[in-house]
Write a protein that binds this ligand. Structure first.
Ligand code: E4P
Length: 220
């Protein structure tokens, strides 16, 4: 499973990209609004840092507006994937944009039936929001499994993108269910690093090595 970072922060992308684990990024209007500044410039800087797709979302409510905004967003950088919200207008926009070979990430997908429509409209990525499902007591794992089975069994070319990831467990579950991508906030990516045995083991190796200073010369 590929890992994307879910953020509107250039600093976060810079930090996590250095780990060599990022295959892309996703933004949304809330994340970009939180950062402030010029959203176009932020998107361009994120695109320069990540060697892969960077999702940027339209905010128009009608198909014509979404298509116009989608084309403008795509013009910002070759890495841009246009995010359209799930709705009849979002489907229409996804269809038109994908026919023009502009890749689309259909966002706010919460059921397998919505995922089937998104894939048929031409979406490259279908984003299922795990955390927001759990927030309303709908089992995100069960829903995601249904989406993965529906798209993979039908041999759809659309990739299942697990979004609204709130914990390392969400990310692991998405991978085990066969999602092609998970987009993960920096906070959760940092949590994925941690294990007390890793910390203790590193401290022990360092202490043992330092207890024999003469061995240090071997490294230099
Ligand atoms: C996905 O692309 C969205 O930006 C994101 O995952 C939403 O997450 P949230 O539900 O934590 O806001």
């Amino acid at each position: 499973m590929k890992l994307f970072i879910d953020t509107g922060s250039v600093a976060e992308v810079e930090e996590i990209a250095a780990w060599g684990v990022l295959a892309g990024a996703t933004t949304n209007p809330s994340l970009l609004a939180k950062e402030g500044g010029d959203p176009g410039e932020t998107l361009r800087r994120i695109c320069d840092l990540v060697d892969g797709p960077v999702s940027a979302e339209v905010v128009a409510a009608d198909a014509a507006g979404m298509i116009e905004q989608g084309r403008a967003l795509y013009g910002l950088h070759e890495h841009i994937v246009v995010k359209t919200p799930f709705s009849p207008a979002g489907l229409e926009a996804a269809h038109v944009l994908s026919e023009d070979e502009i890749p689309v990430n259909m966002t706010l997908v919460f059921t397998a039936s919505q995922a089937l429509l998104a894939a048929e409209a031409g979406a490259t990525f279908v984003s299922c929001f795990m955390g927001r499902l759990d927030d309303v007591s709908i089992d995100s794992g069960e829903t995601l499994q249904g989406i993965v089975e529906a798209l993979h069994t039908g041999q759809s070319v659309a990739a299942v993108l697990a979004a609204s990831i709130r914990s390392p467990q969400h990310a692991v579950l998405a991978a085990r269910l066969g999602c092609e991508v998970a987009t993960i906030p920096a906070k959760v990516l940092r949590q994925m690093l941690d294990h007390p045995l890793t910390t203790a083991g590193t401290e022990r190796f360092t202490a043992d090595w330092r207890s024999r200073p003469e061995l240090g010369e071997w490294m230099t």
